[in-house]
Design a protein around this ligand. Structure first.
Ligand code: 5AD
Length: 374
């Protein structure tokens, strides 16, 4: 290993220049040293447990046209679906019976009154169901429904019932304003970075564990941008992070801009995950499904460089293929017991143990709010 890398990896605080050195590593020996240090520090803070959330993709209907995304509104080649409440509840039961302790609900973005009420109703039903299944305070719930009003966040927080295991994921996608504007397209329902920051602040006020993140390897993105992303996570004092490689989607409108070469993209993604772990030891970091699409066993490789959360797909089989955010998304073709296999495989490959019947809330959030271990 390069001697100065070994010294760098002993540090607790890093300058921007040092973060950039870590993000730019390519020599396999140096990279492995970074990943091992991130894994070691994750174990020291979070123990050996890996927390799973059953991911239910409840609808691919979306009113936005984000250019990177395969389920954007004007992609006519998507067959649109919305799960019924009973389909959602059966995916919740599957997750809780499997001992995951938490579920994550995600969909394309909508903010009409019918959708807002449907989600509120469904959250009440999930809470009730999980109490009746023997979790006295209700299961953990993570929401990923894009930008909503403060009142909607509060309505959903109330409906979800369990205040100590309530989470919301809203990625910034990138903190570079020029790239943000470029990848979010034009038109009346265009996203703005400032509104995204306001939404993250509203979520904090509404009591959620707040998660954000970025895509890695976006067209035009530099390692300086990734350093700025990490600094923003620190400033926002986030509780959770989800970050994955940017993968081109034929249904998007960025096809001509291509994507990074696969091996280089995997290395950059792992460098970003591991470096972020060194800077933010207490937050939950998810191993994104996009890692798996890029590389076989990609999520294990994520765990081995600092991730401590996974979100296995528990969406009903018949609609999975319609939730293609990017090309060749993994997990769409899986057999019903694929998650049981996946669990064994991840445990074998990483040496971690999938936690049973625990919420696995962000330690960072629990310390800030003086919540006990869950
Ligand atoms: N490549 C990688 N990640 C993507 N997402 C959406 N489209 C893509 C893509 N083409 C991610 C976004 C979003 C999350 C739900 O999926 O970061 O926040």
């Amino acid at each position: 290993m390069t001697p100065n890398i070994s010294l760098l990896l002993q540090k607790k605080e890093f300058s921007d220049e040092e973060l950039k050195v870590l993000l730019c590593l390519t020599n396999p020996e140096d990279c492995n040293a970074l990943y091992q240090e991130a894994f070691r520090r994750t174990t020291a803070v979070h123990g050996n447990a890996l927390f799973w959330r059953g991911l239910i993709e409840i609808s691919n209907v979306c009113v936005y046209d984000c250019r990177y995304c395969g389920i954007r509104k004007h992609n006519a080649n998507v067959s649109r679906y919305t799960l019924s409440q009973s389909e959602i509840l059966s995916a919740v039961r599957y997750s809780l019976n499997a001992g995951y302790g938490s579920v994550a609900l995600q969909s394309g973005e909508r903010d009409d009154p019918k959708f807002i009420a449907f989600i509120a109703d469904t959250l009440r039903a999930i809470h009730k169901e999980s109490v009746s299944m023997g979790i006295p305070s209700g299961c953990g719930i993570t929401l990923s429904f894009g930008e909503q009003s403060y009142d909607t966040y509060c309505l959903w927080a109330d409906a979800a019932g369990n205040k100590t295991a309530l989470r919301y994921l809203l990625r910034l996608e990138t903190t570079n304003p020029t790239i943000f504007r470029h990848i979010h397209g034009e038109g009346r329902r265009r996203k703005t970075l400032i509104e995204r920051y306001m939404a993250l602040s509203d979520l904090r006020l509404a009591g959620y564990q707040v998660g954000t993140g970025v895509m890695i390897g976006l067209p035009g993105q530099t390692t300086d941008d990734l350093v700025a992303d990490i600094r923003t996570f620190q400033k926002l004092d986030v509780d959770m992070l989800g970050m994955g490689p940017y993968l081109v989607s034929q249904g998007g409108t960025l096809v001509n801009e291509g994507m990074m070469e696969k091996n280089a993209l995997m290395t950059l993604s792992r460098n970003m995950l591991a470096t972020t772990r060194l800077v933010l030891p207490n937050v939950n970091i998810a191993a994104a499904t996009a890692l798996e699409t890029l590389c076989p066993n990609g999520r294990s490789l994520g765990v081995l460089c600092g991730c401590n959360v996974m979100m296995p797909n528990v969406t009903p089989q018949n609609v999975r293929a319609n939730y293609q955010l990017y090309d060749n998304k993994k997990g769409t073709e899986n057999e019903p017991d694929a998650n049981v296999q996946l669990e064994k495989q991840i445990e074998q490959q990483t040496g971690r143990t999938v936690a049973r019947n625990r919420f696995g809330s962000s330690l960072h959030f629990r310390l800030r709010n003086h919540f006990a271990e869950d």
